[in-house]
Ligand binder design. Sequence first.
Ligand code: ADP
Ligand code: ZN
Length: 209
Amino acid sequence: MNIVLLGAPGAGKGTQAEKLVDKYALCHISTGDILRQAVKDQTPLGIEAKGYMDSGNLVPDELIIGLMKERMQQPDTEKGVMLDGFPRTTAQAVALDAMLSDLGRPLNAALLVDVPFEVIIGRLTSRRQCRACGKIGSVADAACPNCGGEMYQRDDDNEETVRNRLDVYANQTAPLIDYYKGQDKLVTVDGNRTPDVVFEDVVAKLGIA
Ligand code: ADP
Ligand code: ZN
């Protein structure tokens, strides 16, 4: 099974991705996590990407598409992928279709986690992430609920950058909803509920997708 996750930043894509990957033993690919690791390691990719990320803009398509072409050729993707944060533009979606068709693999569904914008702003500015294991939590978590590691606020989760990321989402990524509707692959779940309830719905809907 190969799935694309769609939704605004903060819609809960990462949380649902984790649960899906556990249940269906998929390979989880988060372009945001790959980029943040590259920034931390100060690789050429990271150095180039950092400015875009800190301002809430998208990293150029060529960079991301090149990165994903390589990533999709790793053997661990054969068991099926859960793509989280890619594609984010129509050009990326077209490139993904070409990659999958070259590999002879189908795209089973594009899963949209739908959450109103007002809810998103509150969620993102209170969001925290574990430095050690990447677990997503909130400002209420003194330490990581998973491993006890230090929780920190991402550089791009301040209010100004959050607003820009939402604009970028509305302008560049939201059109993918129609793109996948046109391919008859869109599956929508209401993401404004607790993660477990959202997940039940996801499983039920993917079962018939
Ligand atoms: P969120 O979904 O919470 O905004 P991500 O962790 O998916 O965050 O991405 C963080 C940042 O990394 C984005 O704001 C963007 O700058 C960059 N990025 C991640 N994936 C892509 C992509 N597919 N295309 C372009 N830029 C990307
Ligand atoms: Zn942790």
